[in-house]
Design a protein around this ligand. Structure first.
Ligand SMILES: O=C(CO)[C@@H](O)[C@H](O)COP(=O)(O)O
Length: 232
């Protein structure tokens, strides 16, 4: 079942070590077939060196395993919740990439300080507040997606304009139209976070960011992709 999607998700997962986005098994990528209401995700705890396309696990939007001999990623409930509430996304990447985790742990948005960031994220990448004691008691993984979706709704953030979030006790989740695009966005997030950290340090946090970098309408019309026609 979904053999082509398994291969696509497998290839996207293999980009995580190739792009230096993961240490050990601290990351996972999934991809969805919305016509079937099913998504494919990396199995939990499997080293990328040992990973095979046939190891991918097929899951429904309630997080139940439909096909697969291995346990799905422990982040499966978060992936499922994001697919349910962000209707345009086709792939999700989660990592513990260090610069993204640093901003997440500090509960600081990653500011859009340059075109590197603004070409992909049309605004600051939001840090999502920590889960409450009650949410943690209910089950950490069951609530991570909920706090992301709640934060985007409260701050009126378009998940297609800013395709990522920083979960404060955990790390970045990025998404996109395809699994490969979600990996690309995860890498841009990590590079942007490192650049922003150094800019903030150099200016001792007195960094002035021009408004146009935060304006998705400007960037969709005038950003590099607009000129050279790079597809979203
Ligand atoms: O933070 C955690 C576990 O505490 C996860 O995000 C892991 O880092 C990836 O878990 P699997 O995908 O291998 O289950």
């Amino acid at each position: 079942m979904l053999e082509e999607l398994k291969e696509e998700v497998y290839q996207a997962n293999m980009q995580l070590p190739a792009l230096d986005l993961v240490t050990f098994t601290w990351g996972n990528v999934s991809g969805i077939d919305r016509s079937k209401g099913l998504f494919v995700i990396k199995p939990s705890g499997v080293d990328y060196k040992a990973l095979k396309p046939e190891d991918m696990v097929v899951v429904n939007l309630d997080g139940e395993v439909v096909e697969g001999n291995l346990n799905p990623s422990s982040d499966t409930p978060t992936h499922a919740y994001l697919y349910k509430h962000f209707p345009n996304i086709g792939g999700i990447t989660h990592t513990h990439s260090p610069w993204g985790v640093a901003f997440a742990a500090a509960k600081l948005d990653i500011p859009a300080v340059s075109t590197t960031h603004a070409d992909t994220f049309y605004g600051d990448i939001p840090a999502v507040p920590a889960l409450s004691e009650q949410e943690i008691a209910e089950g950490y993984e069951l609530n991570t997606g909920k706090v992301i979706v709640k934060e985007f709704a409260q701050r009126n953030i378009d998940p297609d304009a800013i395709p990522a979030a920083l979960v404060s006790q955990h790390g970045p989740f990025a998404w996109g139209a395809t699994p490969a695009k979600s990996v690309y966005n995860a890498k841009v997030l990590e590079v942007s976070a490192e650049m922003a950290y150094h800019a903030l340090q150099l200016t001792r946090n007195e960094l002035h960011v021009p408004q146009y970098l935060l304006d998705k309408h400007y960037y969709r019309k005038h950003g590099a992709h607009a000129y050279y026609g790079q597809k979203e």
